[in-house]
Structures are given as C-alpha cells and as structure tokens.
Design a protein around this ligand. Structure first.
Ligand code: FPP
Ligand code: MG
Ligand code: MG
Length: 311
C-alpha cells in the first residue's frame, strides 16, 4: 500500500514499516483483538474480517504519518530508537512522505465501501490535528488547566484508537451499544497510555524510551504530573505560566515535581482510565465462544500491561 511512483517516496514512506522499525504495533494489536472480541453479525459475503484487518492497517498508517509529521514539528532527531525520518531524509521529504501515507490510508478506507468508517477515520485525523494545535497555540491559563490537558490528550492520543475501535464494531455489523463500548475502550485505553507516557517522559531515559527524555518540559509542554504538582504547590503556577525557555525554570519545576505526589497521582488517574477501559469490555454482550472470551481477556490484560510499560 505504500509503494509510490517515485522510489524516493516509496523508501521514505516505508521507513517505519521495515523489520526492526515497526515499533510496538499497539494500534493494530488492539484492533485485531477487538475484531475477535465480538460476534460478527454482518453478512459474511461482505468479508467483514478482511475489512476489519484493513482498518487495523489503515490505522497504523495514519498513526505513522502523524508521527512523521510530529517529528518535523518537534524537530526530533530520534524515533523508535532510530534516526527520525526528517533527520534521515530532511524535513521536506518527510512532510511529503507523511502526506503520501495519509492519502494511501484514505484510498484503502474508500475501498471498504462504508462511508461511516471513512467518516470515523476522518474524525480521528481531524482530532489529531486539533490536538496538536491545542498543544502548539496554548495560552498561559490553558497551560495550567487539567481539563484542557485532558481534552488535548484525548484528541492527540486517544481519538485515533477510539474511532478505529468503533469502526471495527461497525464493520462487524454490531449494535450502536457495542459500537459505543468499543469506542469507550479505545478512549480510556488511549488516555491511560498517554498518562503513562507523560510519567515516562520524567522517569525514563533516552536509552529506555528510544527518544529523548524530559522532552515535554523542554518543549514547554505541561503534562499531568506537573499539573498535579501545581495543585500541591501553588508557587509552581508562576513558574509554569512563565514557560520553560529559561533553564532555571525547568530546574525549579522539576524540583517541585520531585517533592510532590504528581507522578503517583498521574499513575492513579491512569489506573482509573485503565479500569474504565476494562469495564467497557465487561459490558459487551455475553458470549460462550472461547475465541471471543480469550480476546476480551487479552484486551483487559492489555490495560494492565500498559500500566506497567517502561517504553
Ligand atoms: C506525538 O506527540 C504526536 C501525535 C500523537 C499526533 C501528531 C499529529 C499531527 C502531527 C497532526 C497531523 C496528523 C496526521 C495524520 C498527518 P508527542 O510529540 O507528544 O510525542 P512523541 O514523544 O512521540 O514525539
Ligand atoms: Mg514529538
Ligand atoms: Mg509533538
């Protein structure tokens, strides 16, 4: 799906799909498990399973195109423990490779012949862009708001997986109730994932993460641990509002964070979302099918695995 007319573009677009560069493949894993966690009520003539697999592929393509563009926006040199695409081929080709991947993803989506699914995927991309912009053009007051942070987090990290989970249920021919549960699973899993990511940005190392640590604060991005620390230490407000261009501010903020319960509280919030994700799976209609039950258990196990992840 990522072969282009121009070899340069094919090679740039395929960069993160090569063996060893494919990352954790979390999105497709979740989506394929979601597919086998529910009854298929659509006409089998429509090959619903093949179409669900296509959604998993499309989602990974959208995800990778967003990472490629993100690394351009962030001027990042590394991704997945390797040189970022912009570092390797330059910004211009990286932007085009991201655009190309996105167009290929939507060609594949169009071939599913289901406008609702295309619309869900378009919403996801729209939300990704909105989330990225909310982060970029933030006011000092918004920077100190947990509500703003959580909305941005939903858009940036959870909207793709939640809308794609719903698309899986749509293609299964499932009821709107099941579609909503699939969506809720993706939503809460995505938010839990990002909260852990925010913690790892403070506690991880470049070697363990495959990307620079403390990158959020150095980019002036305030995440959940710091927002919780601000509740404990109101003095931190002023520092956060001033921003982190001054390294002395970064140092002070980190000192307050280490004195606070910020990391622990973030972990608890992530655990709440992980639990809500598992509850969505428990809300699915009863089934006796062993494959369905195993898949549901795996989706629930994944919520716990996310809580323990270190990269
Ligand atoms: C990672 O953020 C970035 C995202 C999850 C989404 C980025 C979205 C866009 C660039 C909008 C355009 C979207 C498409 C589909 C082309 P991060 O910088 O916080 O995380 P990182 O540590 O992984 O870099
Ligand atoms: Mg980034
Ligand atoms: Mg970014």
């Amino acid at each position: 799906m990522v072969v282009a007319e121009v070899p340069e573009l094919t090679s740039a677009a395929g960069y993160f799909f090569k063996a060893g560069a494919e990352g954790k493949r979390t999105c497709p894993t979740v989506l394929l498990l979601m597919a086998s966690a529910m009854e298929m009520t659509d006409d089998l003539e429509n090959r619903p399973r093949a179409r669900q697999m296509r959604v998993a592929e499309i989602t990974e393509m959208i995800h990778i195109s967003s990472l490629i563009h993100d690394d351009v926006l962030d001027d990042a040199d590394t991704r997945r423990g390797m040189d970022s695409l912009n570092f390797t081929v330059g910004k211009k080709l990286a932007v085009l490779a991201g655009d190309f991947l996105l167009s290929r993803a939507f060609s594949a989506a169009a071939s599913l012949d289901n406008t609702e699914v295309v619309s869900l995927l378009a919403t996801a991309v729209n939300n990704l862009v909105t989330g990225e912009l909310m982060q970029m053009s933030i006011t000092p007051a918004q920077r100190c708001s947990m509500d703003y942070y959580l909305q941005k987090t939903y858009y940036k990290t959870a909207a793709l997986i939640s809308n794609s989970c719903k698309a899986i249920a749509v293609l299964a021919g499932q009821t709107t109730e099941v579609q909503a549960l699939a969506y809720q699973y993706g939503r809460h899993l995505g938010i839990a994932y990002q909260l852990i990511d925010d913690i790892l940005d403070f506690t991880g190392t470049t070697a363990s993460l495959g990307k620079a640590s403390l990158s959020d604060i150095h980019q002036g991005i305030v995440t959940a641990p710091m927002l919780f620390a601000m509740e404990e230490f109101p003095e931190l407000h002023e520092i956060v509002e001033q921003g982190f261009d001054d390294p002395a501010n970064v140092e002070m903020a980190l000192k307050y964070l280490s004195k606070s319960q910020g990391i622990e509280k973030t972990r608890l919030l992530a655990a709440e979302h992980a639990k809500l994700a598992a509850d969505a799976i428990d809300g699915l209609p009863e089934s006796e099918d062993q494959v369905i039950l195993n898949s549901r258990q795996a989706l629930k196990d994944l919520t716990q695995k996310f809580m323990r992840r270190t990269k």
